[in-house]
Design a protein around this ligand. Structure first.
Ligand code: ADP
Ligand code: MG
Length: 294
């Protein structure tokens, strides 16, 4: 039998790897917003068109990037967040694998405008399908401004799998809200097709929750705070009279990272059964923030 194994070209390998990180426009929003948070931004604006299918822009006022970092950030495994395997045990950032921007650049057109504090001029880089097309000086504020156009333009099979605009926008709002809930001290703005969906000024957890769920929620919340030798738990639960049957409005964060696990939902349920007759209802909102030191 003749040899049948061949090495995949980089472009195909990149597209396959990108599939792990980027499933839909909301994945792009999540990755770009997490990068903005990691960059120390105090203001993050997310602008999308057609539920992110044609246009996603995330603008931050974080520490920005130098000319060469703006090029390097598109490489796979390019990260400023860890430098050796030991660093994995003390991660303080949302990202660390250096995969997101490389993945986005593999399956979309990306434009990065960035300036760091050490530079008077910024840089503007454009890439598509993992290939850098141009880089030039530009005037731009300190921070990073990334635009991602035509997601999956070169992977039609994946583009076909995108849901309706309504469904994709819902995914984007979910990701946006998770980040906004975890970081109330950062101002977050979301604009869809030139309409402002959320404008959340920097504030505290309680105000941020009502910024997202509406003012009425304030009177429904009870503060909780517990410190143990293993974890500190801080958050809010809803008053019994507002209990719901589903747990779609329970949110858990560990070290500011949103997480979902049936164990935690069940733990809340189990405790609430004691306090929340009738027994088949859920607290309307349980926003728990676990802080665990590594
Ligand atoms: P990771 O976040 O895992 O490091 P990414 O591909 O998301 O990987 O980003 C690669 C690198 O690009 C980051 O480590 C960071 O140095 C830089 N970077 C990305 N986005 C921003 C941003 N908004 N502001 C400043 N630097 C950024
Ligand atoms: Mg990242």
């Amino acid at each position: 039998m003749s040899d049948i194994i061949q090495l995949l070209p980089d472009s195909v390998a990149n597209q396959i790897a990108a599939g792990e990180v980027i499933q839909r426009p909301a994945s792009v929003v999540k990755e770009l917003v997490e990068n903005a948070i990691d960059a120390g931004a105090t203001n993050i604006t997310v602008r999308v068109k057609d539920a992110g299918k044609t246009y996603i822009q995330v603008i931050d006022n974080g520490k920005g990037m130098s000319e060469s970092d703006a090029r390097l950030c598109l490489e796979r495994h390019a990260t400023s967040k860890i430098s050796n395997a030991n660093d994995l045990f003390s991660i303080r950032t949302m990202g660390f694998r250096g995969e997101a921007l490389a993945s986005i650049a593999a399956i979309a057109e990306i434009s990065i405008k960035a300036r760091d504090t050490g530079n008077d001029v910024g840089t503007h880089l454009r890439a598509a399908g993992s290939v850098i097309q141009s880089q030039e000086n530009t005037s731009t504020p300190v921070g990073t401004n990334i635009t991602v156009k035509n997601i999956f333009y070169n992977v039609p099979a994946r583009r076909k799998f995108l849901k309706s605009d309504q469904a994709e926008l819902r995914h984007i709002i979910t990701e946006f809200n998770h980040a906004a809930m975890a970081y109330p001290d950062i101002e977050f703005i979301l604009i869809h097709n030139n309409t402002q969906v959320f404008s959340l000024p920097a504030s505290n957890y309680k105000k941020r929750i009502s910024g997202i769920f509406g003012k009425n929620i304030q009177q429904k919340l009870i503060d909780i705070k517990t410190e143990t030798t293993i974890v500190n738990i801080q958050g809010f639960i809803g008053k019994a009279e507002y209990a719901k049957k589903t747990y779609g409005e329970q949110f858990f964060f560990v070290n500011n990272r949103y997480m979902k696990h049936p164990y935690f939902h069940k733990a809340i349920m189990k405790h609430m059964k004691i306090y929340y007759p009738p027994t088949n209802t859920q607290p309307i909102l349980s926003f728990s923030r676990l802080i665990q030191e590594p």
